[in-house]
Design a protein around this ligand. Sequence first.
Ligand code: PMP
Length: 464
Amino acid sequence: MALTESVPTAAPPAHEGILRRQSLRESAARTYARSLPIVPVRARGLTIEGADGRRYLDCLSGAGTLALGHNHPVVLEAIRTVLDSGAPLHILDLATPVKDAFITELFATLPKELAEKGRIQFCGPAGTDAVEAAFTLVRTATGREGLMAFSGAYHGMTAQALAASGGARHTGVVRLPYPYDYRCPFGTGGARGAELAARWTQSLLDDPKSGVPDPAGMILEPVQGEGGVIPAPDSWLRRMRELTTERRIPLIVDEVQTGVGRTGAFWAIEHSGIVPDVLVLSKAIGGSLPLAVIVYREELDAWQPGAHAGTFRGNQLAMAAGRATLAYVRENGLDRRAGELGARMLARLTALAAAHDCIGDVRGRGLMLGVEIVDRDAEADATGARPADPRLAAAVQHACLDRGLIVELGGRHSAVVRLLPPLTITDEQADAILDRLADALTAAVRTTPGPMGPSPTTTRGISP
Ligand code: PMP
């Protein structure tokens, strides 16, 4: 579909009625629906068309799920082939040709150590199911209980995944500092901040009086997504790998959001060269349908039959769509493309930041980009960081929507504008996205009072 313009029209009654019924009937816990009051009826590639006839450039991509954008022909074809073949659609965890082909394609993309000696467990529909499975696996294999996770992490919404995430309130999970350059907990930032973060982790592990028993595993995201698009330095990831290897602690890498080319490598671990003991995968691996797996070193395979079960682990359509997506990304070098285009977009965002005091930081890797919106009137702290301005970020998101651009907010105070476009976008589409964002930013700054002004109208829930 050609690059589309947003054409405001009077919203037809169907559109209004659906939105009204949604707010009357759906839960108070609904999330995206609050800040994106649109009614999608058609979608292709980067573009969504609403019931009101407006078209939007979708930089949310199903929270990073749609590596190939909406309804990519190879995905539709793969789904149709299964439907027309008469294959069962729901078959628990039994072997099928569709599943066999998915595993073969997935393993072809993995680092040698996992591809040759890895095991795969299908975990149920969501990323959070795979996180749960990873924890059960390492607990069984090590006979230990505790886990190590990082500030700002997001691993899902089931109890254990939530306990390992940044919003946790309780837990057998020890929280470690993540190298967040712009808001460095050690007040230094840069390589020094990452080094101090690694030392803190090491001292907790080695100090017999740290109060932290040896954990069953450590879980991390190579780029924190929901935490505000924070890429971890490769050297820090290698340190985490060394620390865990030396102490025989299984390292679980959550690539639910970073996987399948998103960061400029097929898997984000390739940037640093680390090979985890457990890789957690979901989102893009299902080609827009629900699928979640863990792949892990065979030495860990000590759990019993049924240790992690679930009715919906055999989604044949998702496996077919996922296989087609993995193959398309691999064959067309979309990971490389994401790296190159992402670098160009980041350069333009950096220029935008130079022109706008309200942008505290721009960062990202590949086509996982973030713009941190800060209070333009506040004093910077010793490291140059200023307080987040969630109200302005919400206004930017709103102004983007007015201009036909869908963006997500994330980060500590929902003040990071996140861009997760499909890996298939053209240079022109990338320019259109950034033009609309720049225009929205200017408009939002003009119309939004500083954080001390009247309270905002936009509310947001947590984003999965
Ligand atoms: N891990 C990461 C890194 C994620 O970004 C998410 C979802 N945003 C999850 C786990 C949980 O996935 P799901 O919402 O499918 O449970």
